[in-house]
Design a protein around this ligand. Structure first.
Ligand SMILES: [Zn+2]
Length: 409
């Protein structure tokens, strides 16, 4: 059984001044894909999102002891061109901005996956080390000569590295920091593992962009906190870390909703630039966030009902977190014919929550649809190109963001 532990205090400041800003009922894990016979047995639990009025960090107040019955699927090592370009830029920019003149440099990546990102650093001369909780992924990385420790990064890791006198020029986390149940403890540990001029580089989902694009699907059981520039700045300061850069990578090369920050151990306050001290969000920001989320779900439901009524066959595209969570939040997601994914993790699998079948592009040959609603909109251009090969024109392909915003009439 999957256990849920409820917290009663802020994850960051331990305060009790928490207020609920969003509730999504009965939501699944984003990646607990099922076989047909397991539909209805998946983990479902409300996702409540809170704001700590003391430290301004938006967060969940439940931790899920992960015990999913994962399908025994083959891990796909396919990465899109966009993802590869990003990884390459991340390594090159960190190097040219901060370590150009240093010949011996090292990086530790926490949540390093299959080692693809570290490979980019290795190519340009970094000594690389990964830390990865998944056995399958760390095995892949090690096989590809990216040295990776299989395990969770904890205080024990700190002791281990300290005993070996191992310190790093860069500690990197991409979309891992906001999964940690206790991100403050992580900052405390990693700060102690940075060399004197070392940097901590973190990529998380940006709450401001989540709000702007109404991407409530990013409110997941797996995420513990949701930062923006101002709450991240304040949070890191608590741990004597100063954010020195929010523009490591140009916006156009990033994944949607990305917030990347580079932090150093405390630097002189006078050196900080003004733009690095953003203001707190007003209560209107949180009110609008909630209002737009509920309106977005209603618009998607109307879109789905309307198409069903006029006999239009609609499929979803993108079985990532966005697709899975958005569909799970809708009361009528069953109206979709199926959910298309370029590289499905397995054959004959179904999305948790909605129970929709995940199919590959080939499936469209025998089962054509009239319209495709894209959830993974960050890859829209690639998707349109792929769908064209199956006879779909641009006007048959819609982004779920637009439907949520404008409704469907
Ligand atoms: Zn707090």
């Amino acid at each position: 059984m999957t256990k849920v532990k409820h917290l009663k205090r802020c994850r960051i400041c331990n305060g009790k001044n928490l207020t609920k800003i969003v509730k999504l009922s009965k939501m699944p894990f984003t990646d607990e894909f099922m076989t047909f016979k397991n539909i209805g047995k998946e983990f479902l639990h409300d996702i409540n999102v809170f704001l700590c009025k003391d430290c301004q960090v938006v967060q969940t107040q439940h931790d899920v002891e992960v015990n999913k019955y994962y399908l025994d699927y083959q891990y796909s090592v396919a990465h899109s061109k966009i993802a590869n370009k990003f990884m390459c830029l991340l390594a090159n920019n960190i190097n040219s901005f901060y370590f150009k003149k240093i010949s011996k440099k090292s990086i530790l990546e926490v949540g390093s996956g299959d080692g693809k990102q570290l490979h980019q650093f290795k190519k340009i001369g970094f000594d690389v080390l990964g830390y990865e909780p998944s056995k399958i992924l760390s095995d892949i990385a090690n096989k590809n000569k990216i040295k990776t420790i299989n395990g969770l990064f904890t205080k024990d890791s700190l002791n281990l590295f300290k005993a070996q006198k191992k310190y790093f020029d860069v500690i990197l986390l991409t979309y891992t920091f906001d999964h940690l149940p206790n991100p403050g403890e992580f900052l405390d540990i990693s700060k102690k593992l940075l060399k004197k001029n070392g940097i901590l580089v973190v990529e998380v989902h940006d709450l401001d962009k989540i709000s702007k694009n109404n991407e409530f699907c990013l409110f997941e059981h797996e995420h513990s906190i949701y930062l923006n520039k101002s709450s991240a700045t304040k949070f890191l300061r608590k741990y004597d870390l100063d954010i020195i850069n929010f523009n490591l990578i140009e916006e156009k090369y990033r994944r949607a909703n990305s917030l990347i920050f580079v932090a150093k151990r405390k630097v002189d306050v006078n050196v900080q630039k003004k733009e690095l001290l953003p203001k707190n969000k007003t209560s209107k920001f949180y009110f609008d966030l909630k209002k737009n989320i509920y309106k977005g779900i209603r618009n998607l439901e109307k879109y789905s009902s309307f198409n069903k009524k006029i006999g239009k066959r609609v499929a979803g595209y993108g079985a990532g977190g966005r697709g899975v969570m958005t569909l799970a939040s809708m009361s009528n997601s069953k109206n979709f014919k199926f959910l298309i994914e370029k590289n499905p993790k397995s054959q004959n699998i179904y999305a948790p929550g909605s129970g929709l079948q995940i199919v590959n592009l080939e499936h469209l040959k025998e089962n054509p649809v009239d319209e495709i609603l894209v959830f993974s909109f960050g890859y829209m251009d690639e998707i349109k190109k792929d769908l064209k090969k199956y006879g779909y024109q641009n006007n048959q392909i819609k982004s779920f963001i637009d439907i949520m915003k404008d409704g469907y009439v």
